[in-house]
Design a protein around this ligand. Structure first.
Ligand code: ADP
Ligand code: MG
Length: 260
């Protein structure tokens, strides 16, 4: 039996891998008939359905592959709690201009001041604007490369850390790094140099980087590449967690308690 034009159209859409457009076809046809919509507008509307579905799916994939520890976004950050952070600068970075020339962003400060949160917020903004992002801790990155080296996959793993537009390296300096790991980290940083941004968080000021790596030459070479094009946040102030814990404790203590 000969197929109707409508059926042919549906099977073309399915054959071309446009399932959302195929599914939307009957309603879009009805709508076009009822409102006397022209061919161009009809086709644009139908294909837009497919484009939007694809965009949504790609965004979800990017978000999943980004490996963020949580789904923090800019609105979750309380700037009033951390006056040492330049809010205007954070808001500007969220728009993603720094990605074009592979500028790095460093968050330096003691535990609990929001370094990981800010790194994830910037990463999430990059995902939302269509970029590939990957989050890792410095310790995980080193462990993964070490394991890969044993399996003969070191080069591939280094390439993996080179592919995303933004690589977040969290918690540098929490654990001291053996020379081999420092060399790996240096490889990752220098290969990305000038090509893709790194967002790095650390509890150690740059002057103390020699302590993390025990090798001052490598520390200096890493800093040289990281800082060449960079935005640095030196966060001073109290731990957010500690502060909210203290506020909670104050509330729970009876009035007139001499400790408050
Ligand atoms: P760091 O990485 O500097 O140790 P985190 O980013 O992990 O700190 O923050 C510690 C905790 O405090 C997290 O639960 C985070 O959501 C919260 N936090 C820190 N700073 C802020 C802030 N300014 N506004 C809201 N939550 C914050
Ligand atoms: Mg952290």
């Amino acid at each position: 039996m000969k197929q109707s034009t409508y059926q042919q159209l549906r099977s073309h859409l399915a054959y071309l891998g446009l399932p959302a457009a195929a599914e939307a076809l009957p309603t879009h046809l009805d709508h076009a008939r009822q409102h006397n919509i022209g061919h161009t507008q009809f086709l644009e509307g139908l294909l837009r359905v497919e484009v939007e579905t694809t965009e949504q799916r790609r965004w979800e994939t990017r978000l999943k592959l980004a490996n963020f520890p949580t789904r923090w976004q800019l609105g979750d950050f309380d700037f009033s709690a951390q006056p040492s952070i330049d809010e205007k600068l954070v808001r500007e970075l969220v728009t993603g201009g720094y990605l074009a020339d592979a500028t790095n962003v460093l968050f330096i400060g003691p535990p609990g001041v929001g370094k990981t949160m800010l790194a994830v917020i910037l990463g999430r903004a990059a995902v939302d604007t269509g970029h590939k992002v990957y989050y890792t801790t410095a310790a995980d990155l080193a462990a993964r490369c070490r394991k890969a080296a044993l399996q003969g996959k070191w080069a591939r793993t280094i390439r993996f850390f080179n592919t995303p537009k933004v690589l977040i390296i969290d918690e540098l300096g929490y654990l001291p790094m053996p020379a081999e790991d420092a060399a790996t980290l240096f490889q990752v940083i220098s290969r990305r140099y000038g090509k893709g941004s790194i967002i790095l968080t650390t509890n150690l000021g740059v002057a103390s980087w020699g302590e993390i790596f025990s090798d001052h030459t490598i520390a200096a070479a890493m800093l040289d590449r990281l800082l060449h094009k960079s935005v640095v946040f030196n966060i001073t102030g109290d731990s957010y967690r500690l502060r909210s814990y203290q506020a909670q404790a104050r509330k729970q203590r009876p009035k007139g308690d001499p400790l408050t």
